[in-house]
Design a protein around this ligand. Structure first.
Ligand code: ATP
Length: 342
């Protein structure tokens, strides 16, 4: 089991042009990934995610801060010892980075050849890895005969060849369709639970985080702007960037323009209710309204799963006598997170 610590890590690149200011791609980022955790780093293009990942596997040197991967202090190792450390770090890529001129089995075997593993042991290990990713029947195929999902499975098998303690995934499902993407994420989850491998993945897709991550760091402008358990971060986002991501995949309250449209069609009082992990008893909500003779329509929102827990935002239209509606709102306000939409 491998813990990954990024402690106050920064990376500056020289600016282009003689008097240009340096580009701060990663700015004082601290992320402590517990061993056995799946940690997602989410951010828009240019946030610094890929740079941070290249610092973790030692492909580039940090300008400041320390990085530890298990026992290896990546930021302190001389080049001569980095290669061995990299053998303990697996990596997969958006474009798979396979050798097209080699067969599937040879792709998976490659890191074992580099590591000097004897041939018989290599054959045994390749067979075991291909069975794990469900591609035993493709051992003799060329990689360009494979679908995108199969190519990423080969990428995963190859990354696991040297028994790494951690797997770094760089937008591993961004080139895949949604169904294939889910299959690959399910395989990554098995890598984590069955093999005990810590996973650090970078992505710009909320779905990826929602589906497999335990904890998440949101990056913006090189900085880690929000961090925590997936459910906690996304059910109550504090940062504007986090809110924008949440809006792409989770039920939200209607924003101003949409709310104006809804009002055209719904003349009753509009309220928004937030549900976090069973904190609100839905039957109680509807009973409270019915008991006061208030009719209700759900006009926006929904309930979904985040990090294995339920989360929802429902916009309701309350219909009935004005005073009754007022009382119902007061009663619900006691027990729920309710906002009257003005
Ligand atoms: N080698 C480099 N030289 C100069 N600037 C760089 C270099 N690599 C990255 N940058 C800059 O650092 C910033 C962060 O880039 P990075 O690729 O890490 O972001 P990202 O979040 O991974 O985005 P993307 O998904 O588009 O790659 C960007 O402004 C980028 O232009």
């Amino acid at each position: 089991m491998t813990r990954v610590q990024m402690l106050g890590v920064s990376k500056r690149y020289p600016g282009r042009g003689s008097d240009a200011a340096p580009v701060v791609a990663v700015d004082d980022v601290t992320i402590d990934v517990a061993s056995g955790e799946i940690h997602a780093i989410i951010g828009y293009s240019g946030a610094g995610k890929s740079t941070l990942l290249r610092l973790v596997n030692g492909l580039e040197r940090a300008s400041a801060g320390r990085i530890l991967v298990g026992e290896d202090e990546i930021t302190a190792l001389p080049e001569s010892r980095l290669r061995a450390a990299r053998g303990r770090i697996g990596m997969i890529f958006q474009q798979f980075n396979l050798f097209h001129s080699k067969k599937v089995a040879k792709n998976v075997e490659y890191p074992l050849v580099v590591a000097g593993v004897p041939a018989a042991e290599r054959r045994r290990r390749v067979a075991e890895l291909l069975a794990f990713v469900g591609l035993s029947d493709k051992a003799g195929a060329y990689t360009d005969q494979l679908s995108g999902g199969q190519k990423q499975r080969v990428g995963i098998a190859r990354a696991l060849a040297t028994n790494p303690g951690v797997l770094l995934a760089d937008e591993a499902t961004s080139a895949l369709d949604p169904q294939t993407s889910r299959e690959v994420l399910a395989l990554l989850k098995r890598v984590n639970t069955e093999l005990g491998i810590t996973i650090v993945l970078i992505t710009h897709e909320m779905e990826v985080v929602r589906e497999i991550a335990d904890r998440v760091t949101v990056m913006d402008g090189g900085r880690a702007v929000e961090q925590g358990g997936v459910f906690d971060v996304f059910s109550d986002p504090q940062n504007e960037t986090t809110r924008r991501f949440v809006a792409t995949a989770l039920p939200t309250q209607p924003e101003a323009a949409h709310l104006a449209e809804l009002r055209e069609r719904h003349r009753g009082r509009l309220v928004a209710l937030t549900f976090r992990d069973g904190d609100v008893d839905q039957p109680v909500v509807f009973r409270t309204l019915a008991e006061r003779g208030v009719g209700v329509s759900i006009i926006h929102g929904g309930i979904t799963d985040v990090g294995g827990r339920s989360f929802g935002k429902l916009t309701l239209e309350l219909i009935g006598d004005e005073l009754q509606v007022e009382h119902a709102i007061a009663a619900l306000g006691q027990e729920t997170d309710l906002e009257v939409l003005a």
